[in-house]
Design a protein around this ligand. Structure first.
Ligand SMILES: [Zn+2]
Length: 325
């Protein structure tokens, strides 16, 4: 189990539905959750997974205007319904960003590097101040577990303007398939127009860095942490599974990026999923594993503090966020 410093309500929606003999998933919004503010008043939240101290650190939120292309096989109205059922605003698509820091013994490990102070969204600038408030010194970070090469996860590795490495002395762990795909010669030209600038920035900088450590599926990349290949969102997208004693946390990155949408509708195909069919398959596989093995889950775009549990709910899932209210 995962011990939070302040315990949130954990409600088994699937169990409740089954108990009532319901054929359809039961929509249930706990009042504390419905009233939760979009942006946290305290920008970090600390909890334990076994002996490991995990700190969720808030970077910011993308108030993404509704866009019919965001989910290929759902209408804007359907996405709004899903947000409302999760107790979230329907005024826009809320995409918050949280970075997780693991303290394993004396090692300090960052899970993704955040969006680089306004390099992704103008108001996603809070990571440095919140890290400082949480007592985490950037100089202590020896390892960064990178999930994939999208801007909100890796622009924090580069200084704005100069592209100088922010963490030249840390080892940068990434799934070998992700590094290989983005840095393949001629890749930028094959990308859709909207992705080329980001692809070019990666191609022009990342290959020259010597502190990458390319890892494979299942490989232990830090004490008690294994890479879990989770392709689809990008070709080498990876989750990381942290285990300490009997306790486990799946650091799922963007496998089900907005759980208000993708827990009840795992088959929805996101515009940001590069291979949407593979992303759906990966999502179900990873979530089924999390449920079967009673693993807590965190995600980069889950409501802050980005953690919770997942239950089966009919043929879909119910995500129960950890509340810090
Ligand atoms: Zn993301």
């Amino acid at each position: 189990m995962v011990t939070h410093s302040r315990r949130g309500a954990v409600l088994s929606l699937a169990a409740a539905g089954a108990a009532l003999g319901l054929a359809r998933p039961l929509a249930f919004i706990p009042p504390a959750l419905a009233a939760a503010p979009l942006e946290p008043t305290v920008g970090f939240h600390r909890f334990k997974v076994g002996e490991v101290e995990v700190t969720a650190v808030y970077d910011g939120i993308w108030r993404k205007p509704h866009d019919p292309a965001f989910i290929q096989n759902a209408t804007v109205e359907e996405t709004k319904e899903a947000l409302a059922e999760a107790g979230l605003t329907t005024d826009f698509m809320p995409i918050p960003l949280t970075v997780f820091v693991l303290r394993i013994g004396r090692r300090v490990i960052l899970c993704d590097a955040g969006s680089g102070v306004g390099q992704w969204q103008a108001n996603a600038t809070h990571l440095p101040a919140n890290m400082k408030a949480a007592g985490i010194d950037r100089a202590e970070i020896g390892t960064i577990l990178v999930s994939h090469f999208h801007p909100d996860h890796v622009w924090g590795l580069m200084e704005r303007g100069t592209n100088a490495p922010v963490f030249p002395n840390a080892e940068l762990v990434v799934h070998a398939a992700e590094h290989r795909w983005w840095t393949a010669p001629g890749r930028v030209e094959t990308l859709p127009e909207g992705r080329r600038a980001a692809g070019r920035r990666i191609a022009e900088n990342f290959p020259g860095w010597t502190n990458w450590r390319l890892a494979e599926d299942g490989q232990e990349v830090a004490p008690g942490v294994r890479l879990v290949a989770a392709p689809g969102h990008t070709p080498g997208h990876a989750a990381y599974l942290l285990g300490s004693g009997p306790d486990q946390l799946m650091i799922s990155a963007d496998t089900m990026y907005v759980p208000a949408l993708l827990a009840p509708h795992p088959e929805w195909r996101g515009a940001y999923d590069q291979d949407a069919a593979q992303a759906v398959e990966t999502r179900r596989k990873l979530v089924d594993r999390v449920i079967a093995d009673r693993i807590a889950i965190c995600g980069s775009h889950f409501p802050f503090p980005g953690t919770g549990t997942i239950r089966h709910d009919g043929g879909a899932y119910a995500f129960v966020p950890t509340s810090v209210a």
